[in-house]
Design a protein around this ligand. Structure first.
Ligand code: SAH
Ligand code: SF4
Ligand code: F3S
Length: 417
């Protein structure tokens, strides 16, 4: 039997899909990247914006066509959209065999075993890559007013320290070099008194692990001891993704982000003072209800002042259940698009200028992949760096002298090693 899995959404979903893949492989199924070949299709869904749900329904349309050709096909829909829209999915897509929400993902084995026979095959393992996401906390209870995540993932739960360390040790033994500790707000990790700083110290002692990253940080919980740890711990990468969302105090307050722009700026100053080489990236929501042109100008100016190395910019999308759903979505789509493109242009300009400072510098990079004679790698700051090589250097750390810089990537030559 063959299975095909499609994942929409954030790293949480990627990580859940990894777990599902691991389970199906040890259950004797084979993975295929070609949907028409599959006997079982799993779609892992996201509901953070309307566009993510739209993507899921169009993919469901393709699965439906496939099921007409192959009536024996088993179809399972999992993830965040499956959590709150399960009735809607069943109503619109009668061909779906089972729907399992993100909160119930640990019941995947039960759900799938009603439809397929599984046999335990210990030797079948997922091919791990250079880096691996490791979930350290599930759920979120911050209730930012625009966000559906707390409703589809449930309250925050920190995973046990030993469980995390065992999982990472297993990956290290299989050759994983970089670990990305995942949570909606990793800064509030707390397992019986162990915080993120202590957890990172423990992870950095695991043999074979060369790099540690976090995803995602929340400004309201970023502690001084974590800043100090990032500064002194060579294994912790000098990149922080710290979503700002907006630089207008009024908008931040309506978003229920629980920090002011003033606080955010002080935090950034503190981080840059202690970790001069840090690259800070961020998320911005454009067109939140009531966002005035002045609010937007503040965000535009702040994004410049704060010198973000990269920005993910999202157009506000009203989500059912959330508090902001009751606010009037009164920023016109045209205005959202215009603000989006102005901010994106500025952000690309800034990233390019920041990256140009690397020209003629030698960067230590970890190679992720080798395609057509080109190594794809990242430095500690998480900037993509390409260089030519006769050898496949995947998984190795090498020095590269940078000779070209763009907004989203750089090019260089490998130094003798
Ligand atoms: N837990 C993370 C973010 C998870 S969602 C955090 O708090 O930073 C990833 C990003 O999607 C958010 O940072 C936000 O910028 C964006 N987002 C979330 N809900 C949204 C919505 N309803 N409309 C538009 N963007 C949204
Ligand atoms: Fe959503 Fe806010 Fe939780 Fe992030 S912290 S997942 S934006 S509610
Ligand atoms: Fe992630 Fe989307 Fe769920 S962003 S947590 S997959 S709603």
């Amino acid at each position: 039997m063959k299975f095909f899995i499609e994942t929409i959404g954030c790293q949480m979903n990627v990580n859940d899909s990894d777990k599902i893949t691991d389970y199906l492989l040890i259950s004797g199924l084979e993975q295929t990247n070609d949907m028409p070949e599959a006997d079982l299709v799993i779609l892992n869904t996201c509901s953070v914006r309307f566009s993510a749900e739209h993507k899921a329904y169009s993919f469901l349309g393709r699965i439906g066509e496939q099921k007409e050709k192959n009536p024996n096909l088993i179809v399972g829909i999992v993830g965040c959209m499956a959590q709150y829209a399960h009735k809607e999915i069943k109503r619109r897509c009668k061909f779906v065999d089972f729907v399992l929400g993100a909160k119930e993902i640990d019941k995947f084995a039960d759900a799938v075993s009603k439809f397929i026979n599984t046999e335990y095959v210990i030797s079948a393992k997922r091919q791990v890559g250079v880096f691996q996401y490791v979930t350290i906390m599930r759920g979120c209870q911050n209730f930012c007013s625009y966000c559906i995540v707390p409703y589809v993932r449930g309250p925050e739960i920190s995973i046990g320290v030993d469980e995390i360390l065992n999982e990472i040790t297993g990956y290290a033994e299989q050759g994983v070099k970089e670990i990305i500790l995942l949570g909606q707000n990793v800064n509030s990790y707390n397992y019986h008194g162990t915080n993120l700083t202590e957890l990172s110290q423990k992870v950095s002692k695991i043999d074979g692990i060369k790099r540690i990253r976090f995803m995602t940080n929340h400004p309201k919980d970023f502690s001084d001891d974590l800043i100090d740890e990032i500064a002194v711990n060579d294994k912790i990468c000098k990149h922080i993704h710290l979503p700002l969302q907006s630089a207008s105090e009024a908008v931040l307050s309506r978003m229920n982000r629980k920090y002011t722009y003033e606080n955010y700026k002080l935090l950034i100053d503190k981080i840059r003072n202690k970790i001069p080489k840090i690259n800070i990236t961020s998320d911005i929501i454009i067109g939140f209800p009531g966002e005035t042109d002045k609010d937007f100008q503040n965000t535009l100016k702040a994004s410049k002042d704060l010198k973000f190395g990269g920005l993910f910019i999202f157009k506000y999308s009203p989500r059912p259940n959330t508090k902001a759903y009751k606010f009037q979505d009164n920023v016109l789509l045209g205005t959202k698009k215009e603000r989006h493109s102005i901010l994106l242009d500025q952000s690309m300009d800034i990233s390019k200028k920041l990256n140009e400072q690397y020209i003629n510098r030698t960067e230590e990079v970890l190679v992720d992949a080798y395609v057509d004679g080109v190594c794809e790698s990242r430095n500690s700051q998480n900037i993509k760096i390409f260089f030519n090589s006769d050898n496949n250097m995947t998984g190795q750390i090498v020095n590269v002298k940078i000779n070209k810089a763009f907004a989203n990537s750089m090019f260089g030559d490998m130094c003798e090693y």
